[in-house]
Design a protein around this ligand. Structure first.
Ligand code: GDP
Ligand code: MG
Length: 597
């Protein structure tokens, strides 16, 4: 295999701009199975990924392309995760490539993820092939899309390839551009081994399977290797390529994309971004940019049925085997009993784990509101990090609290700039820049991460009638006046309902939570007070009204759909209940803080 006949590349795009469709089309053209069949058959791919139309794991595939003149090329196409929670994984997958196809939907133009992904590619010094996709659409405006790429990212409009993954237009041009514009992988096969891990998964028989890009040297079975950041040594069992699925091979040498099995039992030893080298012949420096996986959003998970505690723990152990970014530790709540405090890369990651626990492990769970990690300095000099409202000190003990910030990028039509800026102001955002692109605008804002955790994306979409897109990256910590809001039901403090919030918003959030709770807690035989407090002082209250037999009768003659709704609500509520004192509190109440109204 000649390295100058290898091309390693990825496809990047804003969601729905046609990445999967184009990848399928390329695979089909090069005689490989379609993406979806491939996924059904290989690797550890999830039903959830397919249903949600997002990729969580990188799935590489090796293809052979034959030019008209008979020359053969090996393409390694690395599909990257398509969500901001996994941006670090995306950046490592891109680091395994020399080039990317940057897709832009010709009817939509450049969107927030287009820009963020393009910069990830630029940061990795990759050759960018701009592809204006979906040109078959009646609303397609390829010139405009190409001009936006030039204006925003500085990619010459004349470089763009026009294509339609769906109609099969422009595919030969794309394949030729990959050969001509993307450089072959550099690297010296005789130098000491240096390989980048860009993904991994756990296999019950072979242990952790590392997805690697070999930068220098050669790796084969029986080699003694070292993971540089983990500082652990292993012996290689097998190596191979993806074609698709794991195909065992003889060796992988500089430029190659493939997999390595080395009897690694713990996925935490083999983190994405780490560098593989030889035990004897070591490379001098690890590949730059390694970041240990670190959860940034935390939430408590409790079984609705306390009998399921062990089952939940076993399920969490299993999920953790395959996910170095997911953490959990036991936690006890007075209200919810025994459960776990879990850490995730973001809200999507959290949702995926919860959904898997419920579907694959048949568990019914109560989840508490997600929280970010705060840095707290106390007046007594103590300093600690916490993401748990239960550990958050009262105001008199706080010297300084710092919270995480993000750089948020939003693309939207100019008509919606006013309302979106107002939303950002409500979320304590401050503007960095605003760029006009014809009739569209790019807004860059500094925003506290906690402010976009809840309903931000939904609100942005509804304010902009679906036209705004967003992406973000974490930037650092800054001081903020943060307080803990406690919730009491029937005079009893419910620890699992506490939330941390900025002082300016404590009242409105307290109001929102108690109102939502009064709405979702089923009526009781007696009125139940629900109160929000800060440091013992009541800031909002609401009452769950007493049950009256005619609650449904009242709807008769009137709105039948209202009655249906009421019944549905009761049914849904019944599925996930937690007894607090004499009151049954449904799951919805625990996420009251997340509700949009
Ligand atoms: P991804 O989110 O970037 O992977 O996008 P998909 O490949 O899943 O495509 C999103 C939607 O756009 C689907 O409904 C596709 O059928 C449609 N689509 C993809 N490519 C084209 C195209 O070239 N032309 C048209 N008209 N529709 C397309
Ligand atoms: Mg897709």
């Amino acid at each position: 295999l000649r390295p100058d006949h290898v091309r390693n590349f990825s496809i990047i795009a804003h969601v729905d701009h046609g990445k999967s469709t184009l990848a399928d089309r390329i695979l089909e053209r090069l005689g490989a199975m379609g993406e979806r069949d491939k996924r059904d058959q290989t690797l550890d791919t999830l039903e959830l990924e397919r249903e949600r139309g997002i990729t969580i794991k990188s799935t590489p595939v090796r293809l052979t392309y034959t030019r008209d003149n008979g020359e053969q090329y090996t393409f390694n196409l690395i599909d990257t995760p398509g969500h901001v929670d996994f941006n670090y994984e995306v950046s490592r997958s891109l680091a395994a490539c020399e080039g990317v196809l940057l897709l832009v939907d010709a009817s939509q133009g450049v969107e927030a993820q287009t820009i963020v992904n393009a910069y990830l590619a630029i940061d990795n010094n990759l050759e960018i092939i701009p592809v204006i996709n979906k040109i078959d659409l009646p609303a397609a405006d390829p010139e405009n899309a190409a001009r936006e790429l030039e204006d925003v990212i500085g990619i010459p409009a004349s470089d763009a390839v026009l294509a339609s993954g769906k109609a099969g237009i422009g595919i030969p041009e794309i394949l030729e551009a990959i050969v001509e514009r993307i450089p072959p992988p550099p690297g010296d096969p005789d130098a000491p081994l240096k390989a980048l891990i860009f993904d991994s998964f756990y296999d019950a028989y072979q242990g952790v399977i590392l997805f690697v890009r070999v930068l220098d040297g050669t790796i084969q079975a029986k080699d003694q290797i070292v993971l540089m950041n983990a500082d652990k040594g292993f012996e290689v069992d097998k190596v191979g390529t993806f074609s698709p699925g794991l195909v065992v091979g003889q060796e992988l040498s500089a430029g190659a994309v493939g997999w390595v099995a080395a009897g690694i039992k713990d996925i935490h030893d083999a983190q994405v971004g780490d560098t593989l080298t030889g035990k004897e012949l070591r490379t001098t420096e690890a590949f730059p940019g390694f970041k240990p996986a670190q959860p940034v959003v935390f939430s408590g998970l409790y079984p609705t049925d306390t009998e399921d505690y062990r089952k939940l723990r076993d399920a969490l152990e299993k999920l953790k085997l395959n996910d170095a970014a997911f953490t959990f530790e036991p936690e006890t709540s007075e209200a919810l009993g025994f459960g776990f405090r879990c850490g995730f890369l973001g809200l999507l990651h959290a949702e995926i784990i919860q959904e898997r626990l419920e579907r694959e492990y048949d568990l019914d769970l109560i989840a508490t509101a997600p929280a970010v990690v705060y840095r707290v300095s106390l007046t007594n000099g103590e300093i600690f990090e916490t993401q748990n409202p239960a550990e958050f000190p009262t105001r008199d003990r706080i010297k300084v609290v710092e919270e995480p910030y993000i750089k948020l990028s939003i693309m939207l039509p100019e008509d919606y700039v006013g309302p979106v800026m107002q939303l950002l102001q409500e979320r304590r955002g401050s503007m960095i820049t605003m760029n006009y692109l014809g009739k569209r605008v790019e807004l860059l804002y500094d925003v506290p991460f906690a402010e976009i955790l809840y309903d931000f994306h939904d609100r942005l979409k509804s304010i902009s009638r679906g036209y705004a897109s967003m992406d973000y990256e974490q930037t650092g910590y800054r001081e903020g006046e943060l307080r803990k809001v406690d919730i009491m039901v029937q005079g009893e403090l419910v620890d699992a309902l506490a939330v941390i919030v900025h002082e300016d918003k404590a009242y409105s959030l307290g109001r929102k939570i108690v109102d939502k709770m009064a709405e979702v807690i089923p009526r009781q035989m007696f009125p139940v007070p629900v109160q929000a407090t800060i440091g013992g002082k009541i800031i909002a209250r609401a009452t769950v009204k007493a049950y009256r037999k005619d609650v449904l009768a009242k709807c008769y003659g009137g709105d039948i759909s209202r009655k249906k709704k009421l019944l549905e609500k009761q049914k849904k509520g019944r599925a996930r209940m937690k007894q607090i004192g004499t009151v049954e509190v449904p799951q919805e109440a625990f996420l009251a803080v997340l509700s949009t109204d």
